[in-house]
Design a protein around this ligand. Sequence first.
Ligand code: F6P
Ligand code: MN
Length: 335
Amino acid sequence: MLAEPSAIDARHVPEPLFPAVNAICRISAGLSAKIAQGPLGQSLGDHVGGTGHGDDQKALDVIADEAFAAALPGTGVRYYASEERETAIDIDPEGRLALAMDPLDGSSNIDVNVSIGTIFSIFEARETAEASFLRPGSEQIAAGYVIYGPHTALMLTFGKGTLHFVLDRQTRRFELVEQAVSLPARTREFAINTSNYSRWVKPVRAYVDDCLAGENGPRQGTFNMRWIASLVAETHRILTRGGIFLYPGDERPAYRQGRLRMVYECAPIAFIIEQAGGRATDGSTPILSKSASALHARTPLVFGSSNEVTRVATYHDEPEDEVSALFGSRGLFRA
Ligand code: F6P
Ligand code: MN
């Protein structure tokens, strides 16, 4: 029997990681085909339940999670953690890797034909699943995401830059298109869900106020805004042309630490962004220096063009009750 062709060229992946990364690519290529069927295929956007830790579950969330889990035996993965599962599962006691995934990111966009994705993070496995995943993001050995958009792309890092691949739908292989993705340090475009404006922490409100103040405000110019509501799609845009993304903490009881999850959303995105020359923080502290307190723990997330992420941190340095008065009054915040 002929071996199945690989879904990514082995030369681009460190050898111990190849079976796992190849399996992720193979399943992602299959998901890409399924998603492209839209309403001609099985219904993917139906509500099927909740995750038990605060998110809706759509049919495609479950399909993706089960497909990835089923592909992992024999790939060197010891523990698999997923947004769709309460706890991590044991795949193979001999495995050396711990894989965390958001199998289907942006699931509110499935039915509306807007880009969605898959995010993953790999650590070296330790004795327990907890010890494997609840550690600083800087200890990741690989991270990546797949975006299912007009074309399907993969951004991948092993800590030596960020690689950009595009899925060839004919061969079902991800082909390298860019060896060293680099995002611009400066930007005039921000992404945030402004409907939460009145509930945001003050430093974020002050930062956005200053961006919106236009020619006569402290930024002395205008900003553009985007909000897709798929983290992978915002990340892809920012890696392509720069920008800043913010999902801050807000007053809603479940959102004090924002919405996004440290282990399988924020840490891998931060790794990919930093390897492309950008920055990622929780507002002030680098995401990669932080450890999650629990598998599904949230953290505020600010990432993108380095100058802008650094600027957001300066607003967080101000005392809470003074920060809203920055507007127009401080030389530090000009331009
Ligand atoms: O996975 C969570 C997620 O869907 C992200 O992809 C996206 O950035 C965010 O939530 C959108 O949140 P909201 O619906 O609050 O704008
Ligand atoms: Mn997600």
